[in-house]
Design a protein. Structure first.
Length: 450
């Protein structure tokens, strides 16, 4: 662990669960309490902080909250949702890839099987499945992933046009997204993405020398220069489309602030970081000490976000923007995402999985386009994955902000990142308190969502 990581270790300690019902913290803006049920965040005075601190030790937090007028009806629900409608699908239009990323959950694009493309018939069937339950004026999302989805450009474009026409005919609002390695993008793709208002996510892992080590072509040649050459026209012309960068963080690319500043300067709409917690052979995974270094680097980025925001500058650090949005809304969720509920991944052969990461994995198999969602398996999935059924989540103050962690990572590696997640959320709560005072305009609806 680096010297920088020692600050993160202190944050690990500050954010350890002392109560399953509340979490106390101090920030430069004062003292605060997060009431876990409902994720209600309050400013309190020193006396109130001391009272709640004592109540934690004595096991009487509910009485103390009631005495302070902070008690509220229960928000937590044990029951899993029953037969939720599909609202989002990701299509593995190409289970193949031209890169040889060592950490790839999709095993370099093929998901451990023979490389193959999705047919247009399967893609159209997926679109029809997505729209079949959508009510007029509702919103749905169609995503394209892989492998590298632009290996199968023709089907991607045909499916998009079909979906746009069908959604318009049914009065449904549809959004499109794609996650790409950027090596195959050309100017006509930029035209197409702009026409249909795509959210475009480019996988980039840092400065050239680091990216090329982590994301080379299968022959070993680096891909960074090609990616930047290809995406420059998209960055210049993005209006309806939004082009973001996603960085997978491994022990080799922990220079997050340098990466964030460089990518913002290139013109990305937003930049986000995701820790590598589970790879097919363990290569690139972050350990406890690596996560401590990552947390310190994330806070460095967050503090720059705070400085820039107070000055009135836009600094699109996606991780903090999303966390502030969730805290401001009082988001309270028993799952980390919609996987296996309103969101499914579709394999090239038309099978349904809990999300794009489970394609080809029996642990997340939940039906097929031909047969529909297997409601028995889906119900079991939703019951078993509910945060109230997870350990040690049930006693953690962060459970309704975290949702229990990525299902794929938890099933295949466990929970190596709990300290990191709590430490990051503790920092984000403090940042929310400080910015609410120093930059309240950030929390207008249009600003925070931008």
């Amino acid at each position: 662990m680096s010297e920088r990581g020692r600050r993160a270790q202190a944050l690990f300690e500050l954010s350890k669960p002392r109560s399953s019902e509340i979490h106390l913290l101090r920030s430069g803006a004062g003292c605060h309490v997060l009431v876990v049920d409902g994720n209600r965040f309050y400013d309190i005075d020193q006396r109130g902080f001391a009272s709640l601190d004592a109540a934690i030790a004595e096991g009487r937090t509910q009485d103390a909250l009631a005495a302070m007028g902070l008690a509220a009806p229960t928000c937590a629900v044990d029951a899993a949702p029953a037969a939720p409608p599909i609202r989002s699908l990701s299509l593995a239009v190409a289970q193949k890839c031209n890169l040889g990323c060592s950490y790839c959950y999709a095993r370099q694009g093929s998901f451990g099987a023979a490389p193959r493309n999705m047919s247009i018939a399967t893609a159209r069937a997926a679109v029809e499945r997505l729209l079949s339950d959508a009510e007029r004026s509702s919103r749905v999302n169609l995503a394209f992933l892989g492998g590298e989805p632009l290996v199968n450009r023709a089907v991607l474009r045909q499916a998009t046009r079909f979906a746009a026409d069908e959604a318009a005919r049914r009065g449904v609002s549809i959004r499109f997204s794609i996650t790409s390695n950027g090596t195959l993008i050309d100017e006509s793709d930029g035209d197409f993405f702009e026409e249909h208002g795509f959210a475009v996510t480019i996988s980039l892992d840092g400065p050239a020398e680091v990216h090329d080590q982590l994301r080379p072509y299968k022959g070993g040649r680096g891909s960074f220069d090609r990616v930047l050459h290809n995406i420059e026209p998209l960055l210049v012309r993005q209006r309806r489309m939004q082009v973001s960068a996603r960085v997978t963080v491994t022990p080799l690319n922990l220079v997050l602030r340098e990466t964030l500043d460089a990518f913002i300067a290139l013109g990305f709409h937003s930049v986000g970081f995701s820790p590598m917690l589970n790879s097919p052979d363990g290569r690139g995974e972050l350990t406890h000490y690596g996560l401590a270094d990552m947390l310190e680097a994330m806070i460095d980025c967050g503090e720059e976000f705070e400085r820039r925001t107070v000055k009135g500058d836009r600094y699109p650090f996606a991780n903090l923007l999303l966390a502030l949005q969730e805290i401001h809304k009082g988001t309270h969720r028993p799952y980390p995402c919609g996987a296996g509920s309103g969101y499914f991944g579709v394999s090239a052969d038309g099978d349904l999985f809990a999300c794009h990461r489970f394609v080809g994995d029996s642990a997340g198999a939940l039906g097929s386009l031909a047969r529909g969602v297997d409601r028995t398996r889906q119900n079991a999935w939703l019951v078993e994955r509910h945060v109230h059924r997870q350990e040690p989540c049930r006693s953690c103050w962060a459970r309704y902000l975290c949702g229990g962690g990525c299902h794929h990572e938890v099933i295949h590696r466990g929970r190596p990142a709990c300290d990191y997640i709590r430490g990051w959320l503790h920092y984000c709560l403090g940042a929310y308190a400080r910015l609410s005072v120093a930059a309240p305009a950030l929390f207008s609806a249009n600003t925070l969502a931008a």
